[in-house]
Design a protein around this ligand. Structure first.
Ligand SMILES: Cc1ncc(COP(=O)(O)O)c(C=O)c1O
Length: 393
């Protein structure tokens, strides 16, 4: 079927953090202003309905009228749906027993940190990067070891010499890789991925690849799951339906831990967790029948990105923007205006009444940047950009 992603659907009244968490966002220091008129493009979820087959499956599940405890690993349909998706879409054959359910990717990363490192250990991340990596490390009393990305005029690459030096430190025990990378939009090449894995494996650094943006790839790009490139069972990968199908509220991530001992240790720290009946039903329908929707959503996001690029060129040429290779995130460089971060924030959030995320939330390397999430009806992106442009005459 043909989906209509132009339709603007009011999400207020659905407990949406994106559209209703005004007070919370104020407490977080994300914005001082949040009201009925706010356009909110800060959080990475979509303003699009999920695939029709998922809705049909959920309706049918509700009609069964009971929502008791569930199982997933002893019911082959859940595991087979995951295996089928990654085989078809990414040429990745995942062993059934390697799949461990977690109620969220961030939760899994926290548990992985507690499983495979000790308090005080160094954990590598590549800033500017998704902020909860930092909170997971610091919240578990580990140390952030920053292998900062190199910014080549908006195209980010890896400082391999620095990565190797940091991995060689015996106090460094883990590396949390964002692949594709939020917020800079890189889809790492096989050469880059293999090199990162080799450095970690040679130095006994546990490599966790957060690959949950891996289905949201811009046309012409290929995302390579790390495990398809490097055959070593010590590598760990995080997968999820959350980003791919706009189902983050269902809390359903699946972590691939191939090494048996590592998997047992992870499961012990995680505790016995099972997905809700809704997550199970939605995952099976999405992975088995959601491909058509995903193709169309990726096309639509490509259109939004092209719109944004053109808008900036015509109306805000001082903003530097590079089309992301993956993710639905725009990483906008406002430094051309010669304003402080506080002034940029004030114009966009307080005066324009648009909520994005300040680049500094991703580390000091994000100074001068703003992150915008683009999986929304184009009219909403256009309205937000009009408001922002009006503040930068
Ligand atoms: C790289 C990355 N990892 C994890 C998450 C959150 O995942 P979850 O909702 O499964 O915890 C996000 C959400 O934006 C993300 O961008």
């Amino acid at each position: 079927m043909k989906y209509n992603f132009d339709e603007v659907i009011d999400r207020r009244g659905t407990h949406s953090v994106k559209w209703e968490a005004g007070e919370l966002l104020k407490d977080f220091g994300l914005t001082d202003r949040f009201d009925e008129d706010t356009i909110s493009l800060f959080v990475a979820d979509m303003d699009f309905p999920v695939p029709e087959p998922v809705l049909a499956a959920l309706h049918a599940r509700v009609d069964r009228k009971m929502f008791g405890y569930s199982t997933y690993d002893t019911s082959p349909d859940y595991i087979q749906a995951i295996q089928g998706w990654f085989r078809r879409r990414h040429d990745w054959n995942i062993n059934a027993e390697a799949i461990v359910y977690s109620p969220g990717t961030v939760e899994a990363i926290n548990v992985l940190i507690r499983t495979f490192s000790q308090p005080g250990d160094g954990i590598i991340i590549q800033r500017p990067v998704y902020a909860p990596f930092t909170s997971a490390i610091e919240g578990n009393n580990r140390r952030v070891v920053n292998n900062a990305l190199i910014n080549n005029d908006g195209y980010y690459t890896i400082d391999f010499a620095d990565l190797e030096a940091k991995a060689q430190d015996p106090n460094t025990t883990m590396f949390i890789l964002c692949s594709p990378h939020n917020p800079v939009g890189r889809v790492w090449t096989p050469e880059e991925l293999i090199k990162m894995a080799e450095i970690c494996l040679a130095n006994d650094v546990v490599l966790v690849a957060d690959e949950i943006h891996g289905d949201l790839i811009r046309r012409g790009q290929t995302h390579y799951p790390l495990c398809t490139l490097v055959d070593d069972d010590r590598l760990i990968a995080c997968t999820a339906i959350n980003k791919t199908f706009n189902m983050a509220g269902l809390h359903c991530s699946n972590i691939v831990v191939n090494n048996k001992e590592m998997r047992e240790a992870f499961k012990k720290e995680l505790g016995w967790k099972t997905p809700t009946p809704f997550a199970i039903t939605a995952l099976i329908a999405a992975y088995n029948e959601g491909e058509e929707w995903l193709e169309q959503v990726n096309d639509y996001i490509d259109g939004n990105i092209a719109f944004l690029e053109q808008f900036l060129k015509e109306r805000m040429p001082q903003v530097k923007f590079r089309i992301p290779e993956g993710t639905y995130i725009g990483w906008l460089d406002f430094s051309g205006y010669g304003l402080t971060d506080v002034e940029i924030h004030d114009r966009i959030y307080n005066k324009g009444n648009v909520v994005l995320e300040d680049g500094t939330m991703f580390g000091p390397e994000g100074a001068g940047y703003q992150r915008i999430c683009l999986p929304s009806p184009r009219s909403l992106i256009a309205a937000a950009m009009e408001r922002i442009a009006a503040q930068f005459p």
